[in-house]
Design a protein around this ligand. Sequence first.
Ligand code: SF4
Ligand SMILES: [Zn+2]
Ligand SMILES: [Zn+2]
Length: 404
Amino acid sequence: MKVLLRNPDRTEDVAGPARVGDVLDRLAVNPETVLVIYGGTLITKDVVVPDDGEIEVRPVISGGAGPASCHACGATAVMEVKRHHAAYCADHFVDHVRSQVREAIDRHGMISYHDRILVAVSGGKDSLALWDVLLDMGYRADGLYLGLGIGSYSDRSGQVVAGFAAARGVTLRTVDLVDEYGYDIPAVTGLRNRSSCGVCGLSKRYVFNRVAKEHGYDVMATGHNLDDEAAQLLGNVLRWQTPFMARQSPVLPATEAPGEGDSGPRGAGIEGIGMARKVKPLYRLGEREMAAYCVIKGLDYIVEECPMVGGNTVLRYKDALNELERHSPGTKAQFLFGFLDRVQSAHFASADPAGETLVACSGCGLPTTRPRRAGVDPVCAFCRTRERVVQSVARRTSAVAGRT
Ligand code: SF4
Ligand SMILES: [Zn+2]
Ligand SMILES: [Zn+2]
């Protein structure tokens, strides 16, 4: 394989296939001082690169006339965070990540050491890093993995999450969409007016809330980072989606269960449960920082993109913000934190986020908005969508059976 070592640039040929960690050993490169990039994405030291592959070994220092020094201890830095005008050695970078999580938790009163926390883990860098940080900080955090049925992508992400849980000896809960709800995310393809990512997001929010409430967790934590939140905000601002802006906060408080008499016919056994509190402890940390955290801590995470990501519009907003950030470091943070400090708290915080009264869904019992017309049973967005997907799968199956 070709190994492109940067700054100063040189190319080495190394026999493959080989683990990245072994390649770095052979080249006498300290894995903690570099990011390794393959096919445009970061990879960890356990990834095997084929013989015809090409990897880039990039020192995680940029700018300046020589290696930057850790601002805390003076050792050679492995990671620079331009918006903080700071560089860190591996240990102090981990401290930096923890201190940003601490700041997020304390600033918004997100969680306490008494809380039972359920972390939504996908196998990606953000959610695994979040789980790792919370455990290291001494919080009581279990994981929840939702199997989306997206072929080998889901198989591999499930393995990564299970591997993390086993290595740390912590509790992992798993739910499989097909087993529990009768559909997977690829089945959404072709459904009118619904994107795969839209249904995927709805399914995740629903299942995470349901599991959190059923198992008595105090709070649900997700790995949304600074890039995710800034991109979401940009999308909301461009369309002036004020109801979504009202809900865009690092903490969403729990809502009470809808009261008796608020619902139509009661449904399937979990009536009376409200919405769990949701927190985003990584909202002050960028995507690149989370990738570097995983590399530095040796956390295996799924680097491949979900094959269905084409329908995800948030990526376009991320690209636009990254372009601005490249020329003006700190733009993303100023955009998001300015909104949270000056706009969200001043104009939206006291508003009812949904702007509507919640009642119990007649299908599943979870909260939903009251129907506009009297006499109509309330059905939540998840139950409506699930029914459409399951019916569309049944139609396709019978059409195929009819042709054979
Ligand atoms: S890219 Fe879309 S379909 Fe894939 S995991 Fe993300 S939201 Fe779900
Ligand atoms: Zn240091
Ligand atoms: Zn429902």
